[in-house]
Design a protein around this ligand. Sequence first.
Ligand code: UDP
Ligand code: UDP
Length: 469
Amino acid sequence: ALAGTPTSGDQARGAPPHLIFIPSAGMGHIHPFSRFIAALASQGAVDISVVIALPTVSEAEADHFTALFAAFPAIRRIDFNLLPLDDATLAGTDPFLLRWESLRRSAHLLSPLIAGAAPRASAIVTDITLASQVIPVAKNELRLPCHILFISCATMMSFLAYFPTYVDGANTDHLAGDVDVPGIGHLPVDYPPQVLRDPDNLFTKQFISNGREIAEADGILLNTFDALEPEALAALRDGKVVPGFPPVFAVGPLKSTSTEKEAVHGAWLDEQPARSVVYVAFGNRNAAALDQIREIGAGLEASGCRFLWVVKTTVVDREDTAELNNVLDDGFLGRVHGRGLVIKEWVDQEAVLRHPAVGLYVSHCGWNSVTESAACGVPMLAWPMTLGDQRLVATVIRSAGFGLWLEHWSWDTESSLVRAAEIAEKVKAVMGDEAISARAKEVGREATKAVAPGGSSHRSMQEFLATLK
Ligand code: UDP
Ligand code: UDP
């Protein structure tokens, strides 16, 4: 063991606890970390260090952290030089998955870095993608508590935690059929991340080993709130999913930080009537096929609704050079001028969702986006992809009742193109659905209550902080 006793002299003298954050890669993973860190930093109740992996994998992520350090000068930065990843078997792997692997293979190098931190570390908070490597380092070498800040919903956490039990019971090494998660229910085989059907995919291997280690964590921080996922949270807390599961702190919805400033399109939104605009955006990693983009355009046009549509044609952020005019059909922008705004650049999504003119969010169901929509009381039309957690996330929208999920809408093949007429019809239907809109407002009020003093998420945060003392 590199470290000494778990209680440091500093803390005995009443110094604040010192949390070490070890984030992973991918904007969907980085956002919840910076939001949680910013929330703690503005309270000033803890010392904070953030481990930054070098070399950087994405400029956008590096810029994001630079802005966080600039906004909160008291946060310390710990540079973490990764081992080079020389492995021919990984050629062609997604750059973010590769970065997770590289972080995982370098995890043993964290011990001396964290042991040397001053003031002495009180606990580690890391990402699920690193769990099976970082938890043993924290507990066995550093003798520090280790918490997981999970980036998805409680439903996904339940699935992740139960998956090793499922594969062992089914005597397999991958997703081979429907899964019954105790306390959650029956999940058809096409709900969980479909990549798990491939036993040879690196994601599948990481997912299973992280799932096996998760019960060893000291706490699980979730960006959700009790009123949004009551059953899943109860199932985890009651040990129904996995007996002896660690304490679960539902601290969401996490708020975006002032460091995320981007275009808001407030001037245009200000001119639109209340609840009249359909916001359409499919996250930072989903580029739709050209044919599908054109159907979406035609569908929005035919719906007669006002819309704010973020179009993405490439997978990597901010590298999109295609001109909108070449992507959309001739004359589209002219025909919808005034009632439709089509943009390619990054928007301040939370500000858009919070704008009173927005009445519906047609979404790919990234969890951050769903929590933002829930917090703002905006109804959703769920159009998840099958690759990641998005279909499990769509089940949360469905069971919480603030949106519609059309299960047959896929992104997968050309034959399954969702046609303009159906898009128009469903957009109009949800825009006019009083029950969904009332439920969305209710969910928004619950979200506000949860994070206010005395609310469930506020209390969970206090309980989490109390474990550090
Ligand atoms: N995930 C997980 N365990 C892992 C790796 C990922 O539970 O070992 C989860 C992750 O939290 C997310 C989902 O799997 O909910 C898909 O991860 P990815 O980052 O690929 O999502 P995307 O960026 O595609 O939305
Ligand atoms: N986002 C944004 N502007 C954009 C696109 C996305 O601010 O133009 C933010 C969005 O608010 C959310 C995050 O990026 O916080 C996307 O994360 P999510 O989990 O929803 O989906 P992912 O893109 O990771 O699949």
